[in-house]
Design a protein around this ligand. Structure first.
Ligand SMILES: Nc1nc2c(ncn2[C@@H]2O[C@H](COP(=O)(O)OP(=O)(O)OP(=O)(O)O)[C@@H](O)[C@H]2O)c(=O)[nH]1
Ligand SMILES: [Mg+2]
Length: 320
């Protein structure tokens, strides 16, 4: 019988070093982790998953096998694209806004809930989790089901949350592999935790800006506001520059480790588009920029694929 890696769910194999689940031949019968997970856990390496599962493959498995689904996304990434994936799941489900510790304190969970219900028409329960919250009521809620699939955006914290539940309930499972890089979990992993079977899943991968450790958001976001009066260029760390034309407040929700610099007389070559007032310009995986008035924005053309526009999650008419 084939065995799986407890860290990422890949089938263990020794035939091809380049494929998921590789271990050395002599380890095939007793390794708990594939070589990639072993290196990620013990040496902090980040090794890319070369064969990520597609969104359709994951959805198909859920609609065929799942009894109950926990769907996770951070408040940064929530957008029409993500809600469209959520809506393709046809079995009982709840929406979990993960990493609630990164939400600025001036935005209440109730406001975000209302925003999601009003703007995306989600009727199911919406709950907030974080790796440093108590999780008692969340665990109580999911334990009404004996089998639960955890799915959601890549890096939304699925494996971390399952490890926490495992720890809280004192189960002796091997730890799932976690990392800030995309597509850490490669295949479904079933764990018996208390009376529940919890299934970790590979994350849904939409175009995701690849962050380094420095740009990943590990703690509460402190938004940075500029009053844009003239056309200005903003340098976002050493990553890229954007240009904003229009009189508007421009509020950046990024990792505090990203230095922002406002430049005048500095052109950006790329793609230009209009953004309506009270919008968030999401750079998926990195953060978002809120604008309060109509603006025109120019971004380098290779960044366009990461951009999603949504009604602003942090206030204005979108919360009414
Ligand atoms: N601030 C914060 N960071 C978190 C939280 N949960 C997870 N993270 C971090 O987010 C990153 C991704 O966590 P994972 O648990 O690997 O995410 P995942 O959803 O399993 O990712 P895939 O397997 O790629 O789909 C890691 O760097 C975690 O430390 C949380 O509650 N708060
Ligand atoms: Mg994972």
């Amino acid at each position: 019988m084939s065995r799986i890696c407890y860290g990422c769910g890949s089938k263990l194999q020794y035939a091809d070093k380049e494929k998921n689940g590789y271990v050395r031949k002599e380890k095939i019968n007793d390794a708990k982790y594939c070589e990639r997970c072993f290196k990620m856990i013990h040496y902090g390496e980040n090794i890319k998953n070369k064969e990520p599962k597609t969104i359709d493959e994951i959805i198909k498995t859920l609609n065929k096998n799942a009894k109950f689904v926990v769907f996770m996304s951070s408040f940064i990434d929530i957008s029409y694209d993500i809600v469209n994936i959520y809506k393709k799941i046809k079995v009982p489900k709840i929406l979990v806004i993960s990493k609630s510790d990164i939400i600025p304190k001036n935005i209440s969970f109730e406001e975000i809930k209302k925003y999601i219900r009003v703007n995306y028409g989600i009727k199911e329960d919406i709950v907030f989790t974080s790796y440093n919250s108590s999780l008692n009521s969340f665990i109580k809620k999911i334990s009404e089901y004996d089998e639960i699939y955890f799915v959601g955006m890549t890096s939304s914290g699925k494996s971390t949350l399952i490890n926490k539940i495992n720890e809280k309930l004192g189960s002796k499972n091997v730890k799932l592999t976690t990392s800030y890089k995309e597509n850490t979990t490669e295949d479904f992993v079933r764990l018996k935790i208390g009376n529940m079977t919890i299934i970790d899943s590979p994350g849904f991968l939409i175009e995701n800006f690849e962050v380094g450790k420095n740009e990943n958001i590990f703690e509460e976001i402190k938004p940075i506001t500029y009053q844009n009066k003239l056309p200005c260029t903003f340098k976002i760390g050493n990553l890229f520059k954007i240009r904003i034309d229009g009189k508007s407040s421009v509020v950046f929700y990024f990792s505090k480790n990203i230095n922002l610099e406002r430049l005048y007389n500095n052109k950006v070559i790329g793609t230009t588009f209009r953004v309506g007032k009270d919008s968030d310009i999401i750079i998926t995986g990195l953060g978002f920029i809120k604008t309060t008035e109509d603006i025109t924005i120019t971004v380098p053309s290779d960044i366009v694929k990461y951009i999603n526009i949504r009604p602003s999650i942090t206030g204005g008419k979108n919360l009414k």
